[in-house]
Design a protein around this ligand. Structure first.
Ligand SMILES: Nc1ncnc2c1ncn2[C@@H]1O[C@H](COP(=O)(O)OP(=O)(O)OP(=O)(O)O)[C@@H](O)[C@H]1O
Length: 253
């Protein structure tokens, strides 16, 4: 029986004369942490955008849990079980931490981005308990009443992660989750992501920080110039001369 959760086959995308993605093939196993690395402009974000319906590929197929994702709107893809943490946290700055987590919790339960569940007492209790549990898990409970605009960037990213996890996604996409963080915040985020891995959430992570990649990933795909040039375990990728050459011009990873 296949344990494949996400299958990308022959995906290409042009922007005018530029081939941002050129026949990309990638397979993500259920329960794994799959990192995508590569130099600036390699096509990593474009690929992620194809997975969440923000960009429609010119060619190829994207299959998630047996169903094609192509042609579906971002919110439909989210409802199908894919959640994404952005490079710049997408949170509601004027609301409290708790309110931010309640919104996706209610939306997911209701099956659409409406918050009808607010009106139903029993549902509301279950949703509240879930939100409280996630905040506790992500060390945000103390800040539950804080207005989000007053939080640090690192805390906002943690909140965005909580907003994703409360939806119980099958697949979590993380776009440079430690970008702009101090080493201490980066290490905390790695610990947090390891903790989430224990819940069995499948993750695709785009990351420039090799310490983060090699601490978390089960498998690494290396992109350059719109295509996957190498794939393997962190150890295989570290040892690959082709990767050293393409990624860092021969410097060691
Ligand atoms: N909407 C767009 N219109 C035109 N060109 C684009 C668009 N989006 C991306 N590109 C180009 O496609 C190529 C791939 O970009 P992409 O952002 O996917 O790379 P990346 O690997 O994510 O880079 P980085 O690590 O810097 O985020 C780049 O040359 C970029 O300039």
């Amino acid at each position: 029986m296949s344990t494949e959760l996400l299958s990308i086959k022959g995906v290409s995308k042009r922007f005018g004369g530029l081939r941002a993605l050129d026949d990309v093939n990638l397979s993500v196993e259920k329960g794994s942490v799959h990192a995508i690395i590569g130099p600036n402009g390699a096509g990593k974000s474009t690929l992620l955008n194809c997975l969440v319906g923000r960009i429609i590929p010119d060619e190829g197929s994207v299959t998630f849990d047996g169903d094609s994702l192509l042609g579906h709107k971002p919110h439909q893809i989210n409802q199908a079980g894919i959640a994404r943490v952005f490079q710049t946290p997408e949170v509601f700055g004027d609301l409290s931490v708790f309110e931010n987590v309640m919104i996706p919790a209610c939306a997911k339960r209701d099956g659409a981005f409406r918050i009808n569940a607010w009106g139903r007492a029993r549902e509301r209790r279950v949703v509240r308990e879930e939100a409280e549990h996630i905040l506790d898990d992500l060390n945000l409970w103390q800040q539950r009443d804080q207005i989000v605009n007053s939080m640090s960037r690192g805390d906002k990213r943690r909140l965005e992660l909580a907003m994703c996890l409360v939806q119980h996604p099958k697949l979590l996409l993380l776009d440079e989750p430690t970008a702009g963080m101090s080493r201490a915040d980066t290490n905390n985020t790695v610990d947090l992501l390891k903790k989430i891995a224990e819940r069995g959430v499948t993750k695709v992570i785009i990351e420039h920080d090799m310490h983060v990649v090699f601490s978390l990933a089960d498998k690494v795909s290396v992109m350059a110039q719109g295509t996957v040039i190498a794939e393997g375990t962190p150890e295989e990728i570290k040892a690959s001369e082709r990767v050293q050459e393409a990624y860092l011009g021969g410097a060691h990873l």
